[in-house]
Every structure is written in structure tokens, then in C-alpha cells.
Design a protein around this ligand. Structure first.
Ligand code: ZN
Length: 67
């Protein structure tokens, strides 16, 4: 049986930052139900659900679970 040598690859902090920003963007565009703006608006953000309303059609077009 042939063994593969696995060597750790150094990932630059810039790549980690881009990955985190990408994941955050995916969450905001695809799954947010008021959580992001609740950091600034409090409970009111869950009632208004502004980001959800803004990206609602895109979510349906992209196949994200919406409601
Ligand atoms: Zn919807």
C-alpha cells in the first residue's frame, strides 16, 4: 500500500481573513434573519428584518432556505 506524505501548508493571514469575510457574507446574504443588524438595532432588527427583505429574491433564485 502506497503512503502519501502530508505536509502542513502555511496559510497567510490574508487568506484566513478572506475566508472569514466570505463566510460572513454568505451568512448575511443567505441565512440572516435579523441577527446581523441586531448587533446595532437590538430586538427591533428581528421585527424589521431588513437584510432579509433586501436579498429575498436573490435567496429564492439561489435556492437558499428562506421561509
Ligand atoms: Zn422567501
Amino acid at each position: 500500500m502506497r503512503q502519501l506524505a502530508v505536509t502542513p501548508v502555511a496559510v497567510s493571514p490574508r487568506v484566513w481573513l478572506l475566508l472569514l469575510l466570505g463566510l460572513f457574507g454568505l451568512f448575511v446574504l443567505g441565512f440572516d434573519q435579523g441577527q446581523t443588524l441586531a448587533l446595532f438595532q437590538g430586538e427591533h432588527a428581528f421585527d424589521v428584518n431588513l437584510i432579509h427583505e433586501l436579498v429575498h429574491d436573490m435567496r429564492h433564485a439561489a435556492g437558499f432556505p428562506c421561509h
